[in-house]
Design a protein around this ligand. Sequence first.
Ligand code: DGJ
Length: 400
Amino acid sequence: MKHYLLSALLFFTVASLSAQDGGGNRRQRRPSLRPRNYLQRPPSDPATADTEGNHVNAHGGCIIAYGDEWLWYGEARPARGFTSEGVGLYVARRSSEQGKSLEQGPQTQHALDSLEWENKGIVLAVVDSAGSPIERGCIIERPKVLWNERTQQFVMIFHSELKGRGYEAAQTGFATSSSPYGPFQFHHAQRPNANIWPADFKKKDVRKAQSLKESDFPKSWTPEWIEAVARGMYLKRDLEAGQMSRDMTLFVDDDGTAWHIYSSEENMTLQAAELTPDYLGYTGRYYRIAAAGQNEAPCILKRDGRYWLICSGCTGWTPNEARMFSAEHIEGPWTQHPSPMRGENAEKTFGGQGTWIWQPSPGKYFFMADVWNPRNLLTSRHLCIPITFDADGTPIVERK
Ligand code: DGJ
């Protein structure tokens, strides 16, 4: 009897954890697949202290330059649970001794820690009004911020999930502010590109996708099911409601076009969607990347005319091996390369999952990643590893 009670207790603990942090990943719904010591182990990487000595609570974030400052936006996470407090901002001086050596000196593994990060607080806060997409209890992940010259606004775009609905809403949230320090005003949340097929879909591709029904493929991960996903089974399912958008990044190309790159189609396929000139919606032009490849956590850089996309696989909060793709055009075609990670634990991305490629000065790139601690997301650690390039221009992310 005692045994039965214990197993039941363990089952319900694991099941409730799994319901909350599933991340919508088809294959990895149950964290019971994770080694238990991963969940119980305190973070082994050092904390990144702000000027008050507290760990920087800005996860899944981005760093952008603004005048003499680096602005680090990221998820403000509570110590318990999986919901959001909003988006936090930390600021460091570029003209400080450390700032200058970061921009002008050699790339080091200590770039983030060398700077003095001042906590500017929450710049997009969750609200108490019932029914708002950012109602307290919602999930706000992977916020990225762009300056829009045309509207003279800072635009924040993030993965937006509704209170009490786990990761099923899979929407994109938009917020704006005339100041980088906020407060950002929530604008709206939506799924991208309702009723629009990808820009490179030909009539025959549309016809094929239209013929695919989930009920015809009851078993996941069979070759037929993978083929159906690749040919657009979920794309077609979500055509009317708009495409799912979860893990994401933003990229402004040399011609000024802004792109939103996000995990879509049940996290099975990435999509790159062109944003409207005000960055507050979609033009309707979008492309699929690595269909049925099950990638998330996209980070992008462009160098010598080539786009490099570094992603992770989909294993919830648990680290996995990074994937890398390159293309001559953001529209594709994309070619897959081996993981760029080198050094101890490279096969698990050093315990982290990418969030942003930070370019503090021309030619200098850092791969930023979160080492998630799902027991206490606030304490998740930050990695910031220099990216170098081999003779062919292929990125290498080596942790020494
Ligand atoms: C992995 C994602 O990259 C994170 O941002 C988060 O959504 C977790 N999945 C949730 O399981």
